[in-house]
Each structure stands twice: as C-alpha cells, then as structure tokens.
Write a protein that binds this ligand. Structure first.
Ligand code: SF4
Length: 215
C-alpha cells in the first residue's frame, strides 16, 4: 500500500516464469518497465520508456512466483530491467513476499550500491536492498564487455552477496557459464533472454531464420 492507502503497483515489461539464464538455478524473472540510466548499447531498449508494459500488484506477482516454485521447480526470483530501483518500494514488497515464501532474490541494477545506500537513493531503495540476497550493480559499459563471468554484461558490474542465501555461488562464479535462452512459441514468435554479444546474437538469429539446406 502507498501512504495514501492506494495499492502499490509494479510496471512490468516482461515476466518469464522459469529461466536458467538469469541467475543461479531455476528462476522466476521479472523485467521492470522503465529506466532513466540509458547506458549506450543497452540490451533492452524496449524497456527504457515508462509507457510500455503492464501494471501488476506485488502480491499477485508473488503468488505467480510461488506457483512457479511449486509447479516448475523455481527456487528464486530475479529482478532486472529496466531499472528495479526506480520502482524500489513496489519491488521491495514483491521481493519480501517471494522471500517469505522461501525463494531467493537476485536484483540487477544500473545504479551503484554506494548510491543506493546513500542519502539521495530512490525511495524504497533500503527496503529493496534488505529484501535482496544477491545484488548485481553498475551500468552497462559497452567498452568493457565481460565474457568471463555469468549474467553480467560488463567488467565494471559487481556481485554483492548481501546474505548467505546465494553465497555458495561466490567461489564458483568463474566456472558458471553464460547462458542464452531462445524460445519459439506456437505462433513462431522468438524470444531471447540471457546474455550474448550483439555479434553472437546476430549469428544465432541468422541461423534460426535461415531455411534448411535443400528447402
Ligand atoms: S541500467 Fe540496464 S536497463 Fe538501464 S539503460 Fe543500463 S543496461 Fe539498459
């Protein structure tokens, strides 16, 4: 609830009920709609504006995440974007509900942790940090592409294990592969998530749409 009693809503750009490409294990991933940081080369330009997407209540979204845990073996939620900390209070509510149901919480942000812990942090930032087990911070810097660590795009981005709940992955980061998930639904619509360079993605998609030999 907001201070005037209105229900707090999230503005969501995408949800994937189960993915193995957005953090450790099987995760329920939520992409925030809207980001004012505007990194050059942002992988999700369609999520930058605040006009797209749809509204969801933190409670409804948490119920969906807990359903995915029950039905699909999901063991955590991942918040990414867009910028979750520009809707920090609502994402904190969702994250706390998911964690209360036993799920771990991983949050990506284009801000740096020091800013989020400082006096000019967005409203609700402290609550979202408190509900996060693993924080990945920093903007995407296209001149520092990182092809060695999983899930991150550039070398400046840092992993902060804020609790012990995902800490087992800390010494294994260098061994965990980056993954790219490509899904084609019954209508032929292709969706991609995870991390790859633009060149890798272009090659992959070119192979997907190329007709088989002899066709
Ligand atoms: S912080 Fe993330 S979503 Fe925002 S512009 Fe940078 S890469 Fe894109």
């Amino acid at each position: 609830m907001t201070s005037d009693g209105a229900p707090r809503l999230l503005r969501i750009g995408a949800v994937r009920r189960v993915t193995e490409a957005e953090g450790p294990g099987r995760r329920f991933a939520v992409w925030a709609q809207g980001c004012s940081i505007r990194c050059v080369g942002c992988f999700n330009p369609h999520l930058l504006g605040t006009r797209g997407g749809w509204d969801a209540s933190p409670a409804d979204l948490a119920a969906d995440a807990l359903g995915a845990a029950r039905d699909l073996g999901v063991d955590g939620v991942t918040l990414l974007g867009g910028e979750p900390f520009e809707q920090a209070a609502a994402f904190a509510e969702f994250a706390a509900l998911a964690r209360g149901g036993g799920l771990t919480v991983m949050t990506f942000t284009g801000f740096e942790r020091e800013f989020l812990e400082g006096p000019t942090a967005p409203r609700g930032a402290a609550d979202l940090l408190a509900a996060t087990d693993l924080l990945v911070d920093g903007p995407y810097l296209a001149d520092q592409i990182d092809l060695t660590r999983p899930w991150v795009g550039s070398a400046n981005q840092r992993f902060h294990f804020l609790t012990d709940r995902l800490k087992e992955f800390e010494p294994r980061l260098a061994d965990l592969p980056d993954r790219l998930e490509v899904r084609i639904d019954a209508t032929g619509r292709v969706t991609v998530n995870g991390w790859a360079t633009t060149d890798q993605l272009d090659r992959l998609l070119a192979d997907l749409v190329r007709p088989p030999r002899g066709a």
